[in-house]
Design a protein. Structure first.
Length: 532
């Protein structure tokens, strides 16, 4: 009989597509094609031409989130090979992206409020039958996409894989700018993300498995077994005992950035999960080890890579009952459906909520509320602040809300009443529109226009007004990516002089002066409440 083993807690799993780190815009075929065309190919071509510039740029902390590949110049040949393969692998979606942008520009230049009927015959074959042409109320032409058909005709799982490796520290390259070249210290599992075999693999952290049978099922080359075996241990590393909750107890745990776990006797809710692995850590934190065996609801606030992380979600898939997402703006290239993306990742129970829709709980409900900003004035509806009501306690997770219209929270107050505990992001000077959405635009924005439209949350004045409108007595600010294990996602380098830190410090100080409980969260926090 084979000896049963456990997956070690410091085994990292990176989901890759075409050897690039997988994030939501690489799942939907059109947004993926745009990112390959205007991000991946350009970065690889630039690196091949001038690897020294990339190397020197990454020595400047402020440049880490830019289009610079974190690859040694000795590997130029491998990047050249990947560039050639990428053009072959992605030919159909690259052409789709080119055709879409050309057609969009053609419409903007030629459709001026008169009937769009004759423009259908000008459409490229690659989009045939997968769109509708419409005007907005001001006669600006729009292409309304039918995403289901885009997936049906262009979604390809062949180049998806998960790469296993041991992780010993927080150092990881920024995810948007560096392809993952093959590494002798990594092991690739060449299965699509939706494959249920991954559930068996990740469950091995908690339940013992026959690692040889698991190895065979994952279709890894036989010669790799000894290496695969090193990721397993005969002893279970996760020793946490389930917490014995009292009837009215609510425990709130902060896992870093915007990840919050709420637990009661009857329910567990995890918000925007990005979870650290377990290894020798300078900064204490909660990890996968600290999650409950079953997670009733995962709530995702919006479709940015620091709030929906495929790497974490796939590892938790076997433990999640439902995933809750905001409804999107159907047909917009800038607002792909999170529900469809998650279904392609193998999640079969996805609940999409419109503003003010709710999910009933045994002793309360999850209510979806609107938030403004953070999306550079683009027509993106996929963003929700979640009000979680448990007994007599009301908690609002306002994500990265930019309080642009002060009356919004007055209206919310009239709808839900006083919010006891408020969680808020305050990255008050975010990246420009092009940082995330540049590849999706048909025409390049002028620099001044781009810099004026940012992915920004509230400053101290705006945040304080939110508190005033909602009557909150306890307010917590997210760390905004300052935790070192999140640098590969955020690409940030804050100092005490950064406006984001100064404004959040000012906000917290002003809240405390008013007798409120307030702090900026960091690393690991736990709060306990009674909901009676």
């Amino acid at each position: 009989m084979s000896k049963m083993s456990y997956l070690k807690p410091n085994v990292k799993f990176e989901p890759l597509i075409w050897r690039w780190y997988a994030w939501p815009h690489l799942i939907q075929p059109l947004t993926a094609g745009c990112n390959v065309l205007d991000r991946h190919l350009k970065i690889m071509e630039s690196f091949i031409q001038s690897p020294e510039i990339h190397e020197q740029s990454l020595k400047i902390p402020e440049m880490i989130g830019g289009p610079f590949a974190n690859i040694h110049k000795s590997r130029v040949g491998e990047v050249e090979s990947l560039l050639k393969k990428t053009n072959e692998w992605c030919e159909s979606i690259i052409n789709l992206a080119i055709d879409y942008k050309k057609f969009d520009i053609f419409l903007q230049e030629n459709a001026h409020g008169y009937s769009l009927d004759n423009f259908y015959k000008e459409a490229p074959v690659s989009l045939d039958g997968m769109f509708e042409l419409v005007y907005d109320g001001n006669n600006s032409p729009k292409i309304r996409l039918f995403e289901t058909f885009i997936y049906k005709n262009y979604y390809n799982k062949n180049n998806q894989c998960c790469v296993m490796s041991s992780i010993e520290n927080d150092n990881r390259p920024f995810l948007l700018s560096t392809p993952r070249l093959e590494d002798e210290n990594e092991l690739a599992i060449n299965l699509e993300f939706s494959n249920p075999l991954y559930d068996n693999l990740f469950a091995a952290k908690y339940e013992p498995v026959d690692k040889f049978k698991l190895f065979e099922s994952l279709e890894i080359p036989t010669r790799k077994y000894n290496y695969f075996s090193e990721f397993f241990s005969d002893e279970k590393s996760i020793q946490n005992k389930p917490h014995d909750f009292s009837e009215h107890e609510l425990r709130v745990r902060y896992f870093g950035h915007a990840t919050i776990l709420l637990e009661t006797k009857d329910c567990s809710i995890l918000i925007d999960p990005i979870i650290s692995y377990s290894y020798n850590q300078i900064i204490d934190r909660y990890t996968y080890n600290d999650l409950p065996e079953k997670i009733d609801y995962v709530l995702l606030t919006h479709n940015h890579q620091d709030h929906i992380q495929i790497e974490t979600l796939i590892q938790l898939r076997h433990r999640i009952n439902y995933i809750v997402v905001p409804s999107n703006n159907p047909g917009s290239i800038f607002d792909p459906s999170m529900k469809l993306i998650l279904q392609k990742l193998g999640f079969n129970r996805v609940i999409s909520l419109d503003d003010f829709e709710s999910i009933q709980l045994n002793n309360g409900k999850i209510l979806s509320l609107p938030f403004l900003g953070e999306h550079a004035d683009l027509p993106i509806y996929t963003k929700a602040a979640y009000c979680i009501i448990l007994g007599k306690k009301k908690l609002l997770f306002a994500a990265d809300s930019n309080n642009l219209c002060k009356s919004l929270y007055s209206q919310i107050y009239s709808f839900v009443g006083t919010i006891d505990i408020l969680f808020l992001g305050m990255e008050c000077e975010g990246a420009p529109l092009s940082w995330v959405y540049g590849p999706l635009t048909s025409k390049r924005l002028e620099r001044k226009m781009d810099n004026s439209r940012r992915l920004s949350g509230s400053n101290s004045d705006k945040a304080l007004d939110v508190v005033k409108q909602l009557g909150s007595k306890e307010i917590y600010v997210y760390a905004m990516g300052m935790e070192p294990w999140l640098s590969y996602i955020m690409g940030l380098s804050y100092s005490d002089d950064s406006i984001q830190i100064q404004e959040s410090n000012k906000f917290i100080s002003r809240c405390r002066q008013q007798g409120k409980i307030s702090k900026r969260l960091y690393g690991k926090e736990e709060f306990t409440y009674s909901v009676n």
